[in-house]
Design a protein around this ligand. Structure first.
Ligand code: PDD
Length: 279
């Protein structure tokens, strides 16, 4: 497998990560995940824009332009002959020694960039069947809009959900649903779609942008406003969204069926729209 390591394309096993890389020591870095369908990226501009925004929010000076980054990622999927799959890319603030919380001088310490690509076909069967979820308190920080590589809060929540026998964690702050551990969260009540507004409490999902467009085209009303755990439990449909799972029905929450307990008609419409967009 070929990967990107800084400005080079190298063999996966040639990459050497320094033990004093700030990503390794402080989780001082940002990442993104973008998907390719049939050899072509889907919504690459939106993912790259979010990556650049995250760099700006964290004062991380990127060593490339948006165009250069897009070119490198495109070369990566070509070289690895990725037809349909995921590309993970991240940058850390670089290797700084001795360990010191203060940001190092970017004139002296260069960031470390890596990217890899994996073949991952669409899981249509799972998207039809849906997944189960467990309600978990959102104990993460207050910069959830930054796609930080520091995901301890997210993975702790996912682990709790798994211990409860569920596939995904639906997070809430004081009873208000924010998002899931690795996806945005949606519910449908009386024909209207609800999802948390963007801001510092959720990641502004690229898939969310696509689904909002889909709903508008289909004439389905959407309210980007907070809903409670109670409202979610009484919803007609629930689903989560991300680059890797598209629009995924959530058919059961804490052991109770959501609506009919099967994939609902509104998420089905959004899935159809998504499929048309990517194919
Ligand atoms: N996760 N919220 C969180 C916390 C996420 O980690 C993700 C994506 C999303 C959805 O964002 P998007 O639609 O842009 O993929 C929302 C990626 C896929 C991951 O960490 O693997």
């Amino acid at each position: 497998m070929k990967v990107i390591w800084n400005d080079k394309i190298v063999d996966r096993n040639e990459v050497k990560i320094d033990m004093e890389d700030r990503g390794y020591q402080f989780a001082d870095g940002i990442y993104d995940v973008v998907r390719a369908y049939n050899g072509k990226f889907f919504t690459l501009d939106e993912h790259v824009d979010r990556f650049f925004r995250g760099a700006c929010q964290t004062d991380l000076e990127l060593p490339f332009s948006k165009e250069e980054l897009k070119e490198r990622l495109t070369t990566l999927i070509k070289i690895n002959q990725i037809d349909t799959g995921n590309v993970y890319f991240q940058i850390t603030r670089g290797i700084a020694s001795p360990r010191n919380h203060t940001y190092p001088d970017p004139e002296v310490v260069a960031p470390v960039f890596t990217a890899s690509a994996t073949v991952v076909p669409r899981d249509q069967e799972k998207m039809n069947r849906g997944i189960t979820a467990s309600i978990i308190p959102d104990t993460r920080w207050l910069h959830c809009d930054i796609k930080s590589i520091s995901l301890l809060g997210n993975i702790m929540a996912k682990h709790e959900a798994h211990k409860n026998g569920a596939d995904e964690a639906v997070l809430h702050r004081d009873g208000a649903v924010t998002e899931c551990s690795s996806s945005n969260m949606w519910m449908v009540k009386d024909g209207t779609i609800y999802t948390h507004p963007d801001g510092n409490l959720i990641l502004p999902g690229v898939t969310k942008i696509v689904l909002l467009r889909a709903a508008e085209k289909a004439g389905i009303p959407v309210k980007e406003e907070t809903f409670t755990v109670e409202q979610l439990k009484n919803a007609d449909e629930a689903f989560s969204s991300s680059t890797t799972i598209e629009a995924m029905p959530i058919i059961e929450i804490d052991g109770c069926p959501v609506g009919s307990g099967k994939k609902g008609p509104i998420v089905e419409k959004l899935q159809q729209y998504y499929l048309n967009e990517v194919e």
